[in-house]
Design a protein around this ligand. Structure first.
Ligand SMILES: Nc1ncnc2c1ncn2[C@@H]1O[C@H](COP(=O)(O)OP(=O)(O)OP(=O)(O)O)[C@@H](O)[C@H]1O
Length: 601
């Protein structure tokens, strides 16, 4: 019973981990994996075979058997040649398997990151630390695992063979050597686990380093860095982050190396005892010359092999620890509060989209939205206005369900948003967000991403571009819709306004019930802006359109304006109603209007 409990607690989890890792390796490339393991097994048998042949050779020479000597020499030659060929073959296989395996693991991470539906996680430094460490190590650990296996498997087989030979000469010596090697293996395994923890702790500093080094080669920051002469400043920040991380690592490494060092000394001592015993027996004439040569060779080899196996086992445990962390990360359910799977109610939504006492408090700082109650009716065009930081974007994020409210309820035709399948809900929304994606793809693909299934439908793509007033710009391009965007990939770049029109065209690709614009005209010229708002009028038929903007003159004709102030809804009504009220909206509007009036004070 105790053995079973011990097994369940200590070894069964490792067994499951090894099994899942092996299955992952297998699913990356089954045929290559099998060939690789077979070659390793054969390679492992070669060293004991060679030593056995050398013993035979020494005996044959000492007895003057010329024919046997030649035969053994021939076999020995073939064995040495085969070892070399297998070595090269295993290197080739390992390289190929490694590439496939690394890509396989990276894809698993990408898929999981994309499954994260709650975007709050992307604002969580601990999530980033873990994800970054895993994805960085995904490029090394699979290779490390294969390298460790390719060392361990042949070395372990060789070691078993050598121990067998040694046991044939001195029965107790293999036991002694194995016992002496146990602390070495354990110390190495502990070292690997501790080094993972150490890397996780340093992940924040490493992310800072990567961030600052990334700025130096980033297209987006290249102009400002040169204009303001920031290169040295960022270099300094990089060096500071590096020194912090490096000093920590050095201190911890010194501490961690003590145990493996002591364990290595113990193992060498045990080996020394066996050496002394064998030489003393040879001196007293109890061992023949062939056996003495064999024993000495075996002992010298074991010193290398047993130490190597114990070291590789520790390293292997470290790599397995990576997979343990990886599987733990992948197994984390990516849920939002109260996530359920009801479908989106069919539109039109008679009861509209209703916010009932909705609040969202950001975990960091005081920001958010507080106690919002209002209803967006079907077919309505609503503008949300307010000063910077008033909570407009937060409201849109809640609408897209990038996070759930801290309190209160959002309802779609009476059904709580929290009960609706999150992906189905998002598929009903088209949005031009402030930080819309500028992908290094063709113009056509960039637009088509708004409805990825129909991205190759040229008529739909050009229709969306026409509605966003982008079509004329695209027609002037050398390769039209096939033009690649993104200078770092040899493509061309758009102006800020053209990008913004592209973002709008992407939203027009989608047949949505809710259309969200978060400052869609900030980079547009006056004509393009007027055009866009005309389009919005057309759009509102059978949809809910929400526009967040600071350009108050553009939204005078919307059905309703919601005014936010410090996260709270302070006014709502039409332009005329709000102007008559002479509140926050009228204040903001007149402030802007005065800038366009020549005699303004
Ligand atoms: N990820 C975040 N973590 C902590 N606080 C945040 C976060 N995002 C926004 N905030 C805070 O929440 C408040 C509302 O921000 P929000 O982006 O919704 O404002 P906004 O009205 O869209 O502003 P702007 O007009 O400048 O775009 C602000 O005080 C902001 O500092």
């Amino acid at each position: 019973m105790t053995v079973r409990v011990f097994w369940e607690a200590r070894w069964a989890p490792i067994g499951r981990l090894v099994r899942r890792t092996a299955l992952t390796l297998w699913s990356a490339q089954p045929r290559l994996a099998v060939s690789f393991v077979l070659i390793l097994i054969v390679r492992g048998g070669m060293a004991p075979l060679s030593l056995w042949l050398i013993k035979g050779l020494v005996d044959a020479i000492s007895h003057g058997h010329a024919a046997d000597t030649v035969r053994i020499l021939l076999v020995l030659g073939v064995a040495v040649l085969a070892t070399q060929v297998l070595h090269v073959q295993s290197l080739l296989l390992q390289a190929s398997l490694n590439e496939r395996f690394t890509a396989h693991v990276e894809l698993m991470l990408m898929r999981h990151a994309n499954r994260v539906v709650d975007l709050r996680l992307f604002e969580d430094p601990a999530f980033h630390d873990r994800l970054q460490l895993l994805s960085r190590q995904a490029g090394q650990r699979p290779m490390g695992l294969l390298a460790a296996l390719s060392n361990l498997l042949p070395s372990a087989l060789t070691t078993v063979g050598l121990l067998g030979l040694l046991g044939w000469i001195v029965w107790w010596a293999p036991l002694l050597l194995v016992l002496g090697a146990v602390p070495l293996g354990q110390a190495n395994a502990r070292l690997q686990r501790a080094s993972w923890q150490m890397q996780l702790e340093r992940s924040g500093s490493n992310r800072s380093m990567r961030y600052f080094s990334g700025l130096a080669v980033s297209e987006a920051h290249a102009k400002e860095i040169r204009l303001y002469g920031l290169a040295e400043f960022f270099e300094q920040r990089y060096v500071e982050a590096f020194e912090r991380s490096h000093a920590d690592a050095l201190r911890q490494r010194r501490r961690l190396l003590i145990m493996p060092l002591l364990a290595a000394c113990a193992f060498v001592a045990v080996n020394g005892i066996t050496f002394a015993w064998v030489t003393s027996r040879a001196l007293s004439g109890e061992l023949g010359i062939g056996v003495l040569v064999l024993a000495l060779q075996v002992l010298v080899s074991l010193l290398v092999y047993v130490g190597g196996v114990a070291g590789s086992l520790g390293v292997l445990r470290g790599h397995l620890h990576f997979f343990q962390e990886l599987f733990g990360f992948l197994d984390q359910p990516a849920t939002l509060l109260g996530q359920a799977n009801l479908p989106v109610p069919p539109s039109p939504w008679r009861d509209g989209l209703e916010f009932e006492r909705v609040s969202y408090h950001y975990p960091e700082g005081q920001g958010g939205v507080f106690d919002l109650t209002f209803t967006l009716r079907h077919g309505e065009r609503v503008a949300i206005v307010g000063e910077n930081g008033a909570g407009k974007t937060t409201l849109l994020k809640l609408l897209c369900r990038f996070m759930d409210p801290s309190s209160g309820t959002i309802r779609v035709n009476g059904r709580p948003l929290a009960d609706i399948d999150v992906e189905a809900w998002r598929s009903r929304i088209a949005a031009v967000l402030q930080d819309f994606g500028r992908y290094h793809l063709s113009v056509s693909e960039n637009i088509g991403l708004g409805d990825v299934q129909h991205r190759t439908d040229e008529a739909r793509v050009s229709n969306a571009a026409r509605r966003a007033r982008l079509h004329e710009d695209v027609e002037g391009l050398p390769s039209g819709y096939a033009t690649l965007l993104g200078v770092s990939f040899g493509g061309m770049d758009f102006s800020g306004g053209q990008w913004q029109k592209l973002g709008v065209a992407r939203a027009f690709m989608r047949e949505a019930d809710v259309v969200l614009f978060d400052e869609p005209t900030s980079a547009l010229d006056a004509r393009a802006e007027a055009d866009l708002f005309e389009r919005v009028e057309e759009l509102s038929d059978g949809k809910i359109v929400v526009i967040v903007t600071h350009r108050l003159a553009s939204i005078r004709s919307v059905d309703r304006i919601l005014v936010l102030q410090r996260g709270q809804l302070v006014e709502q009504g039409t332009h005329a109603e709000l102007m008559a009220r002479r509140g926050e909206y009228a204040r903001l509007y007149e402030l802007q209007a005065s800038r366009y009036t020549p005699n303004a004070p």
